[in-house]
Design a protein around this ligand. Sequence first.
Ligand code: SAH
Ligand code: SF4
Ligand code: F3S
Length: 481
Amino acid sequence: MFQNIDLEKYDVTGQVPVEETEKQYYYMAKARGHVQNLAAELGRRPTCCVTTFGCQMNARDSEKLVGILELVGYEITEDENADFVIYNTCTVRDNANQKVYGRLGVLQNYKKKNPHMKIALCGCMMQEPSVIEKIKKSYRFVDLIFGTHNIFKFAELLCGLFENEGMLIDIWEDTDKIVEDLPVERKFPFKSGINIMFGCNNFCSYCIVPYVRGRERSRNPKDIIREIEKLVADGVVEIMLLGQNVNSYGKNLEEPMSFAQLLQEIEKIEGLQRIRFMTSHPKDLSDELIQVMKNSKKICKHLHLPVQAGSTKILTGMNRRYTKEQYLELALKIRREIPDIAITTDIIVGFPGETLEDVQETIDVIEKVQYDNAFTFIYSKRTGTPAAAMENQVPEEIVKEGFDKVLKCVQETARKQVSKYEGMVMDALVEEINEHDSSLVTGRLSNNTIVHFPGDASLIGKIVDVKLEECHGFYYMGHRV
Ligand code: SAH
Ligand code: SF4
Ligand code: F3S
């Protein structure tokens, strides 16, 4: 999208435009000149690799980076031995950070052999001052560092990279800015994520996201609709609306609008076939939303409803602002109203003060809700969050015991839930050729379950009816009907 923009019309020797989108296109025109010079020097097109860590927000941000990189003339590659490597980082749990530090060592070796190589770091980890200090001290070979709030000015930073020596660092503490209409290169031609809001105001006590993604800001509904219409015109049939808490969408708009109302507007877009969204905070999920989901023809039969823990004592410590009973009431109401919906969740084991009795309450919730799938995480202490300062951190052996119990329980319910549809015919969006057997394609059902069936590349991006013949744990084998 917006890739067909004519960069020639920007006079890069003239004045920098004031309006932000125009300004960034000006810098893209300028960066293109730099890339052309580099190509002449190398005798080939320079290559660039963007590696993404973390969630769908980061994946979408990477698509924005790739959109600009392609437009200015880089050849995109998956190989990290490239002329320009960007790590879009995540810091939600410590293992995400460790992965980045580990891989930076490998990049340093590549850079020794390729003096033209530039390395950039961006994303959530870069919003932490301690990380910046560490990179400045121990990873001097990094060329560019920017954060989550100024990703829109990537073209400008790219010019800075070509025009200056030394490490370029640009981190903003927060922003209220939303810059529209910049280029994006989608990973899949037929489906796309769309940001409907940025940031988070919930401050769950274990979570670093509000500190690294800033305050909650909703995009204007008109801009969202316009973007989706363009995507649909470009061949997209399924969209995923992205926000840390989509249920609080629209509260800070000049003309407030609920998430359910936004969904109804999106439903009207002709040609759009499937709507997904992520993530729903249970405390803000309205009856209006349940009714809109129930009556919709396009909203997928899947709700990701993170519970985090089952014990009210732990939920209070987490600042989740619901009790076990309130969560159960909500989840069971949704199951009653929309019987064929898949409910999935996130669970943290080992939050400060959590005992094995508390874990038992989490297991009780899993058994009552019968999740279709669950992501289970070991609590990770994030510096600067309230939970990190709590004194009753749980010993590793107790966490491990609780974690194994929870994992076993979610696997059992998920297996049971997924297999419920054996023998039925359902519609699947074909996403790719099967990784292991090229005579099969892989599709996704509305309820997010995967099905493999005979087919070829011509089906990719199409929604077809499939008979779900055999359930193999978490996926199906089937046939087109
Ligand atoms: N906004 C989403 C979650 C974003 S982070 C929501 O509220 O549901 C994705 C998941 O990471 C969270 O749901 C939580 O289960 C997990 N998570 C966040 N911080 C964590 C931490 N410090 N340790 C372990 N898991 C964490
Ligand atoms: Fe983190 Fe809670 Fe915000 Fe989700 S809602 S991003 S868990 S603070
Ligand atoms: Fe990670 Fe940032 Fe997403 S911390 S989970 S990439 S919002």
